[in-house]
Ligand binder design. Structure first.
Ligand code: BV8
Length: 242
């Protein structure tokens, strides 16, 4: 399986990779489905990650995001992130991520397409001005902007459109790649969950690396059910890049 993946990557001119929370799991960041531990156990993340939740209770929602951003800042990229940097240094590779933890960028991946935004950029709800506040707990929840208005996290909530620039870049990659890899995602959240179909429609071969089966497992050319932090470094080793 790993040899097959290495051969497919070796043969590809342009690899497009879509990552999800499973790639950051081995950095100690809970995946989205199990993001709720302790205090947050009684909330469904999809109930907190919406504009309605923010307007209903901006203090609760921004406290959740403040905790997540501080926790992510305290985590480090894992071998899966580093293997993707190595692959990108050796061939044409476009990295599209659903993750909001910025670990790909911190690991050294270039031009990461953050289709769901990130936890570190915050936006004034009155002026739209974006800032990257210091990595320390906010004094107030919601935090206030220079203009004195509540700030919201720079993530894409359920029910919100994905950033046009990111989607344009992602579609360009999906239409031109000849290999698409879905890594560490449950393939449940749209429109990202449909990227594999788009890539295949344009003739790409497809690989899934995920700990568990997903709705796309039966559609891909090669499905490897194992941790990304083991598979990706093994692939870079087979390619003589490690
Ligand atoms: C939109 C930021 C227009 C916030 C997130 C079409 C059909 C059905 C529904 C829809 C549709 N189009 C739109 C929708 C509605 C909705 C949606 O998809 N709902 C789903 C739940 C049914 N989509 C939207 O609202 C999107 N907007 O399309 O706008 C529109 C709007 C309304 C109606 C129509 C059109 C916006 C979606 C973006 C939401 N924001 N994040 C925040 O983080 O708080 S998504 C959020 O969930 C995460 O960012 C992440 O992307 C996603 C969770 O997915 P995963 O990353 O896959 O994480 P998950 O935990 O699910 O899975 C982890 C996987 O890793 C598991 O499979 C596990 O087995 C594996 N794993 C674990 N460890 C490892 C591992 N794999 C490998 N190695 C390991 N070590």
């Amino acid at each position: 399986m790993i040899h097959q993946a290495a051969d497919m990557i070796q043969a590809a001119e342009h690899v497009a990779v879509l990552t999800g929370a499973g790639v950051s799991a081995e950095s100690g960041i809970p995946t989205f489905r199990d993001a709720l531990t302790g205090l947050w156990a009684r909330y469904d993340p999809a109930q907190l990650a919406t504009p309605e939740a923010f307007s209903r209770d901006p203090a609760l929602v921004t406290r959740w995001y403040d905790e997540r951003r501080l926790r992510c800042a305290a985590c480090d990229p894992n071998p899966a992130h580093h293997a993707l940097v190595t692959l990108q240094q050796s061939r044409r590779l476009t990295l599209i991520t659903q993750n909001v933890d910025r670990l790909h960028t911190r690991a050294g991946s270039l031009d990461v397409i953050e289709i769901h935004g990130n936890l570190f950029t915050w936006r004034c709800t009155r002026t739209g001005t974006e800032v990257e506040p210091p990595i320390e707990p906010f004094q107030t929840h919601p935090p206030l902007s220079e203009a004195g208005a509540p700030m919201r996290p720079g993530v894409v909530w359920f029910g919100e459109m994905l950033p046009a620039r990111a989607m344009k870049a992602a579609h360009a990659a999906l239409e031109s790649c000849d290999l698409f890899m879905s890594v560490g995602t449950s393939a449940l959240v749209h429109p990202a969950a449909g990227f594999v179909d788009l890539a295949r429609h344009h003739g790409a071969a497809t690989i899934e690396i995920n700990a568990d089966p997903t709705p796309i497992t039966s559609d891909v050319d090669l499905a490897i059910q194992a941790p990304a932090g083991e598979v990706l470094p093994a692939v870079t080793e087979l390619l003589g890049l490690a």
